[in-house]
Design a protein around this ligand. Structure first.
Ligand SMILES: [Zn+2]
Length: 475
């Protein structure tokens, strides 16, 4: 529009209108905050801190399942590293965690074509006893197919769940496929089965079985549960396809020990004029034991610590307090997250905005949210500030991760820089979750997306209002 072509009265009106609008609605972000966001974005793309943190965690601590010596070492590591990076108020929040011992597991086809296959017990599985279990097997696709079998069909048998997980960028294939791992053991036991084996909830065609927690129901007997890799599951499907009876052998020395004390580790960058408001950055410190938890969730730990470290190095300090929480025991019942929420029950409303990184080492490809609709324009402004990272604008239905669930259920808004999960489930919960799977450039891009959006979340000129209708609980 060229103003000089308009009549004077129209120009006056336009000027009045523009002025009134500007006075009613301050910009979401000061120009200096947007400049600092650009600085963070650019520095993150060159900063080695996050990669060095994963390197250190996976080398010096390694596997850190709940209750293990590695779990304890990880807590000490996090306190040390947060202190070294200069975070304020570094402290731990105690959490009780299960202490399950994996032991050794063996899996073999006894008939029709005998061979053994690599296997992993599902987390929490009971053992088989030293003799193992030999039994005829029944193959079903999933829980629905199991429920549709005639009565007695799996009595005294081993159930093999054959369903394959779909590969997706946003991880939605996992949510659909993981039900057999969690609920399969008790569903089969309730029908009289003596054990189960599942096709790994994985997208890899390598021979790495995938572990992860099962959930025994209180009403069914506890039976052993193992997982085999995708190629071995394919081979087992072919054995069934022969039409001959399939007989399997399961052997596992898994067992439970009494609960252990562990801890969430917390560190902050103190806020200024809005210091009472907390922007929380969550990731989990524990990992499964077959690998070293580089992607799950060493990457999340490193992204959050790396982002906070860059914000700390700015000349400006954040308005709101930025709090990094590395949660204990996400993998085996989220008892760290539950302990954090219990310790912060009265403080829950002070947690005004949440970020969680628990989906690998990036890159970030999308920005989604779950905010009060009144703040969607602020999310749009944050999205524009991330433009050089070439993200897709997601919707306002983000679910967040497991560790922030308790706070989200209490109405906390979340911003979700979405990590690309296309290859995540090739590695997740397998022996192959090692540093070699981390692409340093993708990791740096992820730190850039988190650092800039966390910073702007902490500087927002308005109020992050509560989300009126928190999402439904996961289960
Ligand atoms: Zn995880």
């Amino acid at each position: 529009m060229r103003k000089q072509n308009l009549p004077i009265s129209a120009v006056l009106l336009l000027t009045l209108f523009t002025t009134a609008t500007a006075a009613d609605k301050a910009p979401a972000f000061a120009r200096s905050d947007l400049t600092a966001a650009a600085t963070l974005r650019e520095r993150a793309l060159e900063d080695p801190t996050a990669y060095q943190l994963i390197e250190s965690l996976t080398t010096e601590v390694g596997p850190r399942p709940a209750g293990s010596p590695g779990d304890k070492a990880a807590v000490a590591w996090a306190v040390r590293e947060m202190t070294r990076l200069g975070f304020a108020n570094v402290h731990t929040v105690e959490a009780m965690v299960p202490h399950w011992i994996r032991g050794e597991a063996k899996f073999a086809v006894l008939a029709p074509y005998p061979q053994s296959m690599p296997t992993l017990a599902l987390g929490g599985s009971i053992g088989t006893g030293s003799e193992g279990i030999d039994a005829d097997a029944v193959m079903v696709k999933d829980l629905e197919a199991l429920a549709a079998l005639p009565a007695g069909a799996v009595k005294d048998k081993i159930v093999f769940f054959s369903n394959r997980m779909d590969r997706t960028r946003d991880g939605s294939g996992y949510g659909k496929a993981v039900a057999v791992r969690a609920a399969g053991p008790s569903a089969a036991a309730a029908l009289g089965a003596v054990g189960i084996v599942i096709r790994s909830v994985s997208t890899s065609n390598h021979r790495f079985p995938h572990t992860g927690a099962l959930r025994y129901s209180a009403t069914a007997p506890r039976i052993p549960a193992l997982a085999i890799s995708n190629p071995d599951a394919d081979a087992l499907v072919r054995q069934f396809a022969s039409g001959k009876p399939v007989r399997l052998h399961l052997d596992s020395s898994s067992r439970d020990l009494p609960q252990m004390r562990s801890a969430n580790v917390v560190g902050e960058i103190a806020g200024t004029d809005r210091a009472d408001e907390i922007v929380i950055l969550g990731a989990h410190l524990d990992s499964w034991d077959p690998g070293v938890g580089a992607l799950d969730d060493g990457a999340g730990v490193a992204i959050m610590m790396g982002a906070a470290k860059l914000i700390k190095e700015l000349d400006a300090r954040p308005r709101r307090t930025i709090r990094v929480v590395l949660f204990a025991n996400e993998e085996f019942g989220t008892s760290g997250s539950l302990a954090y929420v219990a310790a912060n029950e009265t403080n829950a409303p002070r947690h005004v905005l949440g970020f969680e990184a628990d989906f690998g080492a990036g890159p970030v490809w999308r920005l989604s949210s779950r905010v009060n609709p009144a703040q969607l324009s602020a999310v749009d402004a944050i999205f524009r500030a991330l433009a050089p990272l070439k993200l897709v604008r997601g919707n306002n239905e983000a679910r967040g991760g497991a560790d922030l669930e308790g706070l989200v259920l209490r109405g906390m808004p979340i911003l979700e820089p979405g990590l690309d999960g296309t290859n995540y489930f090739d590695v997740h919960h397998t022996a192959n979750d090692t540093l070699a799977q981390v692409d340093p450039k993708a990791l740096q891009q992820s730190v850039a997306a988190f650092a800039a959006s966390v910073w702007l979340g902490a500087q927002y000129s308005g109020t992050w209002e509560r989300v009126a209708e928190p999402k439904a609980p996961r289960r």
